[in-house]
Design a protein around this ligand. Structure first.
Ligand SMILES: [Zn+2]
Length: 288
């Protein structure tokens, strides 16, 4: 807890990686899988929130509450854990969907990473939130490159939380049904090193003229502009990998995002789309 007495206390209450913010309490890798009840309703969601980098206590709590409500309302099973040993073939087979709830740092052993990759590419479904797409995942190059893609370069730190205009980039995509063309949202806004997403489908972009995309506090990157219009600053996208599907959103530093009706709608849509297995693979490629 030493950062609360550091001179830069306010500035370090951010989610940019720093050794001062590392969650030292977490063991590097877990080896004993958790107990999971035999009576878990199906289909089931596994929410994983282990952190060995910055820990978003508020964002993790907000997402946990959202997934508890969502699974309850939809008669689905839910298992929430920070135990990386759950990533084994036998236990993963019990879940339709995995959520990386602000996971940070090197949380999984190579065997656990491989088990997850196999499960996803064989038809699994992933929802990855906020710092699950930051720059603390270099140890897992397959995930960093093929699931997330562009590299996180920073977020504004002064002020850290800003209103910004979020723009719907894919009105026809199943995840974007019922989502306005644009709206104002308050969050800690991530920037990435590139808007090139490869095979991914960008869903949301930021209007950089609507907030101050500058750092103004720490780290080597002060100007966080990615340039161009909202399509030049994507903050949420989908990917189809093998037989599996993934959704990533940079929104969600604070618990308040998970109370927002628009974002709750989008997450609900995403949970349906990543699990859908329609023959046309709607939403796997950009609309022509
Ligand atoms: Zn954050």
């Amino acid at each position: 807890m030493k950062w609360f007495i550091a001179p830069l206390a306010l500035g370090l209450a951010a989610c940019a990686p720093s050794t001062a913010q590392t969650d030292q309490a977490a063991a590097p890798y877990d080896s004993t899988p958790p107990e999971i009840t035999e009576h878990m309703p199906q289909p089931a969601v596994l929410v994983f929130s282990k952190t060995r980098g910055w820990r978003h206590n508020e964002g993790i709590a907000g997402a946990d509450r959202f997934f508890a409500e969502f699974t309850s309302e939809n008669g689905m099973g839910l298992f929430t854990t920070a135990n990386g040993a759950v990533f084994n073939a036998d236990q993963l087979a019990r879940f339709d969907l995995v959520v990386f709830n602000n996971m940070t740092g090197d949380t999984l052993s190579p065997d656990q990473e491989q088990a997850f990759q196999q499960w996803l590419e064989d038809g699994g479904s992933l929802v990855a939130l906020h710092s699950a797409g930051d720059d603390s995942h270099e140890d897992w190059s397959w995930y960093d490159t093929n699931v997330i893609g562009p590299q996180f370069i920073g977020h504004p730190a002064d002020p850290q939380y800003q209103d910004a205009r979020v723009v719907n980039l894919a009105a026809e995509h199943p995840v974007m049904q019922g989502i306005p063309a644009d709206w104002t949202h308050n969050d800690e806004w991530y920037s990435f090193d590139s808007a090139e997403l490869g095979d991914a489908v960008p869903l949301l972009g930021l209007d950089e003229a609507s907030y101050s995309p500058e750092n103004l506090l720490y780290g080597p990157v002060q100007d966080l502009r990615m340039g161009g219009g909202p399509e030049g600053h994507p903050i949420a996208w989908t990917r189809c990998l093998g037989e599996g599907r993934a959704f990533y959103s940079a929104i969600g530093h604070n618990h308040t995002s998970y109370d927002d009706p628009i974002y709750r709608r989008m997450l609900s849509n995403a949970l349906a789309w990543v699990r859908a297995r329609d023959a046309t693979k709607r939403g796997c490629t950009r609309a022509k």
